[in-house]
Design a protein around this ligand. Structure first.
Ligand SMILES: NC(=O)c1ccc[n+]([C@@H]2O[C@H](COP(=O)([O-])OP(=O)(O)OC[C@H]3O[C@@H](n4cnc5c(N)ncnc54)[C@H](O)[C@@H]3O)[C@@H](O)[C@H]2O)c1
Length: 253
C-alpha cells in the first residue's frame, strides 16, 4: 500500500461504522495515524483496536459532534493524541424522513444541529490548529440531497446538507492563505446502516440498474476513495470544490 499520507494525522467524525469507518480505515492504510471518533464508544474503540491489530496507528476518542460547548476542548484533547491534526473529516450525521407538512421544530433542530451546526463548530475548532501548522485538509461529507433536495429524506436533512456545501466553501476562502484546503464530498445512494431506513434501498422503482447510470448503489469504500484524494496532497490545488460520488445519479434524476 502506498504511503501517500505518511507523517499525517487524520481525524474522522462518526467513524465507528459506515462511510466514516471506511474513510478512517482507508486513511490508515495509506499511512496516516488516525483518530477514530464517534458518539458510540464501543464502535470507535473496536475500529481503532482492529486497525492496531493490523499494524496501523490508531486511537479512539468519544466525540459527540453536537456538543458545541466543548468543541474546542475536545478538539484540543484529540490533537494531544498524536501531537497535530493534518486531516479532519466531518462525516458524522443522521438522516431523517418526513414530508414537509410533518417536520416539527424538534426534528428540524436535531438535523440542523448534528448535520450542519456541528460541521461549523468542529471545523472552527480545528481551523486554529491547522492555521498554526500552516497545513490542513478539511473534508466535509454532505449529500446529493444537499444539492437537489432529498426525495427520500426530509427537507430538514437536505437543507442542512446544503449548508455543509456552503460551509466547505467558506472555510476554503478563509483557509487558502494558511495552506488549508476545504472540500466537500456528496455521496449518492450508499449502502450503510443509515440507508436501511430509506425507501430507495428496497423500492423496486429505485432499483439501481433502472435509475443509476453505473447500475449499482455506492459502497462506503467508493466514498472513502474520493475522500482519500481530497485528504492527500494529490489535491493540493483543489479547494472549495464539491465532488459528486453517486454513480451518475446526479444527472439521471
Ligand atoms: N448512506 C448514504 O446513502 C448517504 C448518502 C449521502 C450522505 N451520507 C452522509 O454520510 C455520512 C455517514 O453516513 P452513513 O451512511 O455512514 O451513516 P451511519 O448511520 O451508518 O453512520 C453514522 C455514524 O455517525 C455517528 N454519529 C451520529 N450522530 C453523531 C454525533 N452526534 N456525534 C458523533 N457521531 C455521531 C453514528 O454513531 C455512526 O457511527 C453522514 O453525514 C450522512 O448524512 C450518507
Amino acid at each position: 500500500m502506498s504511503k501517500l499520507l505518511e507523517g499525517k494525522v487524520a481525524v474522522v467524525t462518526g467513524s465507528g461504522r459506515g462511510i466514516g469507518e471506511a474513510i478512517v480505515r482507508t486513511l490508515a492504510e495509506y499511512g496516516a495515524k488516525v483518530v477514530v471518533t464517534d458518539i458510540v464508544e464501543e464502535t470507535c474503540r473496536k475500529v481503532a483496536e482492529d486497525l492496531n491489530s493490523k499494524g496501523f496507528e490508531a486511537k479512539s476518542y468519544i466525540l459527540n459532534v453536537a456538543d458545541f460547548e466543548n468543541a474546542k476542548k475536545n478538539v484540543a484533547a484529540i490533537k494531544e493524541l498524536f501531537g497535530r491534526i493534518d486531516i479532519w473529516v466531518n462525516n458524522a450525521g443522521i438522516t431523517a424522513v418526513a414530508p414537509v407538512e410533518e417536520i416539527t421544530i424538534e426534528h428540524w433542530d436535531k438535523c440542523q444541529n448534528i448535520d450542519l451546526k456541528s460541521v461549523f463548530f468542529m471545523t472552527q475548532a480545528v481551523f486554529g490548529i491547522m492555521k498554526e501548522q500552516k497545513y490542513g485538509k478539511l473534508v466535509h461529507i454532505s449529500s446529493m440531497a444537499g444539492e437537489r433536495a432529498g426525495r427520500s429524506s426530509s427537507a430538514a436533512y437536505s437543507s442542512a446538507k446544503a449548508g455543509v456545501i456552503n460551509l466547505g466553501k467558506a472555510f476554503a476562502l478563509a483557509g487558502g492563505k494558511y495552506n488549508i484546503t476545504s472540500n466537500t464530498v456528496c455521496p449518492g445512494r450508499t449502502v450503510t446502516e443509515m440507508a436501511k431506513g430509506l425507501s430507495w434501498l428496497t423500492d423496486p422503482k429505485d432499483a439501481p440498474e433502472k435509475t443509476i447510470p453505473l447500475c449499482r448503489f455506492g459502497t462506503p469504500q467508493d466514498i472513502a476513495n474520493a475522500v482519500l484524494f481530497l485528504a492527500s496532497d494529490l489535491s493540493s490545488y483543489v479547494t472549495g470544490d464539491t465532488l459528486e460520488v453517486n454513480g451518475g445519479l446526479y444527472m439521471a434524476r
